[in-house]
Design a protein around this ligand. Structure first.
Ligand SMILES: [Zn+2]
Length: 73
């Protein structure tokens, strides 16, 4: 009988962890993905990339510093 109670406590603990985990991961993903990401197009090769990764020069977006240099030369 003592072991049955212990088994019940262990299963209850596992169930509680399973219930609490998905909600915490949902909160993390929802806080990171706030709204759609703004995409820009490289003026040299036409590649689309997030604007926070783009190289911006003279109000024009480029995918890399090499393409910015090529386009401005
Ligand atoms: Zn490019």
């Amino acid at each position: 009988m003592k072991y049955l109670i212990l088994l019940g406590v262990v299963f209850g603990l596992i169930w509680w962890i399973k219930l609490s985990r998905p909600s915490s991961t949902d909160n993390q993903t929802s806080s990171q993905g706030t709204g759609p990401q703004n995409m820009v197009r490289c003026a040299h090769c036409g590649l689309h990339l997030p604007d926070n990764e783009a190289v911006i020069s003279r109000n024009t977006a480029y995918c890399s510093d090499a393409h910015r240099a090529l386009a401005e030369s």
